[in-house]
Ligand binder design. Structure first.
Ligand SMILES: NC(=O)c1ccc[n+]([C@@H]2O[C@H](COP(=O)([O-])OP(=O)(O)OC[C@H]3O[C@@H](n4cnc5c(N)ncnc54)[C@H](O)[C@@H]3O)[C@@H](O)[C@H]2O)c1
Length: 289
């Protein structure tokens, strides 16, 4: 179980009964779980024994992940939900709580950089649109499930934001600001809710190959350049994100809260340093890579 008595002894560390089923019996809500990073999280959580409740705007994607996970023996339901709609969020919470009476894990994963608007061309409408899809629903969905976690004195909230909220993002500063706000909301909420047994952490994604961000098409002849694009030297995949989400959702991270982990192949750590395959050295003033 996620909740357990606090005794002031080492007994407070939750036991891990089965390392292959780190979420056994837990109820996990994943927004945007129909494809991309969210679907990677859904698959791994289901493999680890969670009952997964997917909130997905696209009916085809919602059904596809439901059928796939069910066929693999997992426990899953899909809800066709737009998390930017308060009415849909209320409907989701009602359906999930009616079925399970609780939620142990919430993953706020929905987000989108599109349409990418340079700041000089941005408008109040474009600011609002980026806010709605990257931040507002994080507040709405989290608020919908915090009371049940507080009652249970147990829970883990994981918000997938972006490495662009953790470094300067010149292409759309408003998007970067929304992701930074999601990261700082994570930090603040963790401090607020820790005494209720709820942990809150975030993931700063970068370089994950998904329907939204295709890092491979058109770059087939440039594979050698991955050494300069990411310190780990390769593109990332939803599975890379999902493994960190599993760590944060499960008791593996029982003493971790308020943190935002870049899951980015090292792009944040690399800062302005780029590896030059041609020069076989790192450069920070590249004339050519
Ligand atoms: N892929 C990357 O490299 C990358 C980089 C930085 C940040 N991110 C962030 O990671 C998260 C996941 O990104 P992704 O690349 O997997 O995205 P994606 O667009 O490939 O997948 C998102 C999923 O969410 C669903 N969705 C979109 N809007 C929704 C809504 N309003 N309600 C419910 N479901 C909705 C989509 O249908 C889709 O299934 C996002 O928050 C994104 O901003 C991704």
């Amino acid at each position: 179980m996620t909740g357990h008595a606090r005794s002031g002894t080492a007994e407070d560390v939750p036991p891990i009964d089965d390392w292959n089923r780190l979420l056994d019996g837990r109820v996990a809500v994943v927004t945007g779980g129909g494809d991309g990073v969210g679907a990677g999280i859904v698959r791994l959580f289901a493999q680890h024994g969670a009952h997964v409740e997917v909130a997905e705007i696209d009916a085809t994607r919602a059904e596809r992940i439901r059928a796939e996970v069910t066929a693999a023996g997992g426990s899953i339901r899909s809800h066709v939900v737009d998390v930017t709609s308060d009415a849909d969020v209320a409907r989701l919470a009602e359906a999930v709580l009616a079925a399970h009476g609780r939620v142990d894990v919430l993953v706020n994963n929905v987000g989108d950089y599109r349409p990418l608007v340079p700041f000089a061309q941005s408008t109040p409408d474009s600011w609002q649109a980026i806010y709605n899809v990257n931040l507002r629903h994080v507040f709405a969905v989290t608020r919908a499930f915090v009371p049940t976690m507080t009652d249970a004195r147990s829970g883990s909230i994981v918000t997938v934001h972006s490495v662009e909220g953790m470094r300067g993002y010149p292409k759309d500063p408003v998007y970067g600001a929304m992701k930074a706000a999601a990261a700082h909301f994570t930090t603040c909420l963790a401090v607020d809710l820790g005494r209720h047994g709820i942990r809150v952490n975030g993931i700063g994604t970068d370089l994950a190959q998904t329907p939204q961000v295709d890092y491979l098409t058109g770059y087939e002849d440039d594979a050698a350049l991955w050494a300069s694009w990411a310190p780990v030297g390769r593109v990332g995949w939803p599975e890379d994100q999902a493994r960190v989400a599993l760590f944060l959702a499960s008791d593996l991270s029982s003493f971790v809260t308020g943190h935002n982990i870049p899951v980015d192949g090292g792009t944040k750590a690399g800062g302005g340093w780029l590896f030059s395959p041609r020069e076989d050295r790192f450069v920070n003033r590249s004339r050519h890579l």
